[in-house]
Design a protein around this ligand. Structure first.
Ligand code: 2P0
Length: 319
């Protein structure tokens, strides 16, 4: 019993920041994201009766930090009376640095576990199981422009537009590759409990979701960029006003924002978004991508730049 699956990270344009149900890890609001094509995580799940307990290897090294979450996620798919497994995870991008690595990892994991144990879950069930492990992971089950909607006691994910219908590019500027100081889950709870802006953030989310949906439907990059930047800066304002403050940016993150502003002033159709980490993601047309990549690579403090198109959702690989 073994299977392998691949999933891509997704970049939220209308963000998930805050939970309505901690035990079930249900988000406070809906969100909209882009699934990437060229960054990926591959997960192999191998059931092995000889093992006494689950083993997790991340890029070849045994990892205990994520093991409990990974084991709990496989239990959700296959039940806790399953045999122990060896899980091998490989990513082609920095993990735990605000690049949605947990989204790709848990989306790939539920698909691989479902295939390995032949549990035949529906895509909707798999999205909810991935979302229990990591809220944003539910979105990586699907490709292109994806909306996550809140439903009573669960979430629902839907593709708003497939990648081929609006093949934008995402340029990721890496300003610091290390792991983040506070996990997203902990930071969301700090924000919910202490930020004076949190309730307003939640209140305004459905208006931002509606605006982004309309912009995607009409493939209007300027309109999408305006609401996505606004939503991103509101999320970071919630964080900055938390106690203790949550400041994921560094000086290069701010320099990258200025680079995007300069490109916009010069007529390039591009916008930025920033997640729970110091990396900046610029979203633009395929034609603008080389100029955006060069401008971000030349920005002070940027270490590496990655470019990705938009891709499909999670799926199994031949073992
Ligand atoms: C998002 N982020 O919508 C937002 C924007 C980060 C900033 O979802 O606690 O790893 O595991 O459910 O999914 C990152 O948080 O959080 C995230 P948990 P997750 O992409």
């Amino acid at each position: 019993m073994q299977a392998q699956a691949r999933a891509q990270p997704n970049i939220a344009l209308i963000k998930y920041w805050g939970k309505r149900d901690l035990a079930r890890n249900l988000p406070a609001t809906g969100s909209i994201s882009l699934t990437l094509a060229d960054l990926f995580t591959e997960m192999r799940v191998i059931a092995d009766d000889a093992l006494r307990e689950d083993v997790l290897l991340v890029n070849g090294d045994e990892s205990r930090t994520m093991l409990a979450r990974v084991s709990a996620c496989i239990d959700q798919v296959a039940g806790d009376r399953r045999p122990a497994v060896r899980v091998e995870s490989h990513s082609n991008f920095p993990i735990a640095a605000g690049l949605a690595s947990s989204a790709a990892a848990f989306a790939a994991l539920v698909v691989a576990a479902d295939a390995a144990f032949e549990t035949r879950k529906t895509p909707h069930q798999l999205a909810n199981l991935a979302g229990r492990a990591s809220g944003s992971a539910a979105r990586s089950l699907l490709g292109g422009f994806v909306e996550l909607r809140n439903r009573p006691d669960e979430v629902e994910v839907a593709t708003l537009l497939p990648a081929v219908d609006w093949p934008l590019q995402v340029v990721v500027a890496i300003t610091a590759p290390g792991p983040k100081p506070v996990s997203s889950g902990d930071a969301m709870e700090i924000s919910r409990k202490t930020s004076p802006f949190y309730d307003r953030w939640v209140e305004q989310q459905s208006a931002d979701l509606g605006e982004a949906r309309a912009a995607i439907e009409t493939r209007d990059l300027r309109r999408l960029g305006a609401v996505a930047e606004h939503n991103c800066l509101k999320m970071h304002s919630v964080m900055w006003a938390s106690r203790p403050p949550l400041t994921y940016w560094n000086s290069a993150t701010v320099a990258c924002m200025q680079t995007v502003r300069d490109l916009q002033a010069g007529g390039t159709e591009v916008f930025f978004t920033i997640d729970a980490g110091p990396q900046l993601k610029a979203v633009c047309s395929a034609a603008a991508a080389p100029a955006v990549r060069d401008a971000l690579a030349a920005t002070a403090g940027v270490g590496d730049v990655m470019v990705s198109g938009l891709g499909g959702g999670a799926g199994t690989l031949a073992t």
